[in-house]
Ligand binder design. Structure first.
Ligand SMILES: Nc1ncnc2c1ncn2[C@@H]1O[C@H](COP(=O)(O)OP(=O)(O)OP(=O)(O)O)[C@@H](O)[C@H]1O
Ligand SMILES: [Mg+2]
Length: 358
């Protein structure tokens, strides 16, 4: 069973990060500590969220308008790389509206019948959060169209000549979808979301604020330089900033007197294999594969994935977005290619023809 209803304002009952994938009865206690702490550090209210100002402002306007008009909020689609705050937004919005929230995962909704309990449980104005919405099978997606547009579901009973369609009205409710891949969503589904927001990587100032604020929550003393160091090394991603902060805290507890100074943070991050740009071993392996195996590219993502023995999806969803943003690689119709900055980061001289173009 991968369903959970959370009543808003019930702060202590926040669900784990990826309902439907783990933590909801599935295969048990995998990474529970991290998830509990992730929950502990997750902002509880929209006002507590740092960064993403434009997205925040637009969502606040929609939320306030819904409150003033006493109408349900329009459906919202959030997309962007992992760890940037999609789930956080999705959980804070119902709390701002003081309405119940249900959580589902696209991967766990294999057939329309899996979606039925969520739809029949939806009360007026309530929110249904569907994580990884790009993983919904076509049949479930189509089943959702009338639910989203006309607040109605069509259920077919019986088969062949005896088949009958039952129309069931639903109370007006809100769907919040989250995806790392808007490109995989069909146009009819995408168009049914009134608000579509793309989350971008965070700048250093925002990450520094997140680190400083969370250091207080984790009760670790940290100085400004150390917070800056962690911020620079977090690939523009709050989840990574939180993970690095926890690591620095552990390191400070065991190797120093508990205080996270710049020297302690630097030593801890060096030990993790994080480089000055914040790239980890996996990022560097990706860059080095393009450089050494494929002569700097262009090369297709599948070829890189096979060489690294990884799923191409992991590369496109998790590894590439930040490397593209940092302009270490470029995507061309012929594949991925190292840029001059990419060569420089690996301590190599770029080939001459790249000098001018990248
Ligand atoms: N704007 C923010 N301000 C402060 N902390 C944030 C913010 N956004 C995210 N975080 C922190 O980062 C963690 C990860 O965020 P979240 O789970 O919302 O990411 P996500 O976009 O849903 O990722 P995924 O695609 O992997 O599901 C949160 O637990 C929270 O602690
Ligand atoms: Mg999420």
């Amino acid at each position: 069973m991968t369903r959970e209803t959370i009543l808003s304002g019930d702060d202590d009952q926040l669900p784990p990060d990826r309902p439907g994938v783990s933590g909801f009865g599935g295969d048990g206690d995998e990474d529970l500590t991290t998830k509990e702490e992730d929950t502990a550090l997750r902002p509880k209210r929209l006002e507590d969220m740092i960064g993403q100002r434009e997205v925040y402002e637009r969502i606040m306007i929609a939320v306030k308008a819904a409150q003033i008009r006493k109408e349900p909020l329009g459906h919202i689609l959030l997309d962007g790389p992992p760890g940037l705050g999609k789930t956080t937004f999705a959980m804070c919005i119902p709390r701002a509206l003081d309405v119940p929230l249900q959580i589902a995962s696209g991967a766990a909704l294999a057939a329309p019948k899996d979606l039925l309990p969520y739809l029949t449980n939806a009360s007026e104005g309530s929110v249904l959060f569907i994580d990884e919405i790009h993983r919904l099978p076509k049949a479930v997606e189509e089943f959702m169209y009338p639910a989203m547009e006309d607040f109605r579901i069509d259920i077919t009973l019986g088969e062949g000549v005896n088949a009958r369609t039952l129309n069931m009205p639903l109370p007006p409710f809100t769907i919040i979808g989250a995806t790392t891949r808007t490109g995989l969503l069909s146009a009819p589904l995408r168009d049914r979301f009134q608000v579509r927001e793309h989350l971008e990587f965070y700048n250093q100032e925002e990450l520094c604020e997140i680190v400083t604020r969370n250091a207080q929550k984790l009760k670790v003393e940290i100085d400004d330089d150390a917070a800056q160091k962690i911020a620079v090394c977090s690939r523009g991603t709050p989840r990574i900033a939180n993970n690095r902060l926890r690591w620095v805290r552990d390191y400070a507890t065991t190797k120093a007197d508990g205080e996270a100074t710049f020297a302690v943070a630097k030593a801890a991050l060096d030990m993790l294999g994080v480089d000055p740009l914040g790239l980890d071993g996996q990022d560097r392996k990706y860059l080095e594969t393009i450089l050494r195996v494929f002569n700097g590219g262009p090369v297709g993502v599948e070829a890189i994935a096979h060489t690294l023995n990884m799923a191409p999806d992991t590369l496109t969803d998790e590894v590439e977005p930040f490397l593209l943003r940092a302009e270490l690689v470029v995507r061309s119709p012929r594949g991925r290619k190292l840029t001059t900055a990419g060569y420089a980061h690996l301590g190599e001289t770029p080939p001459e023809e790249l000098g001018a173009s990248a």
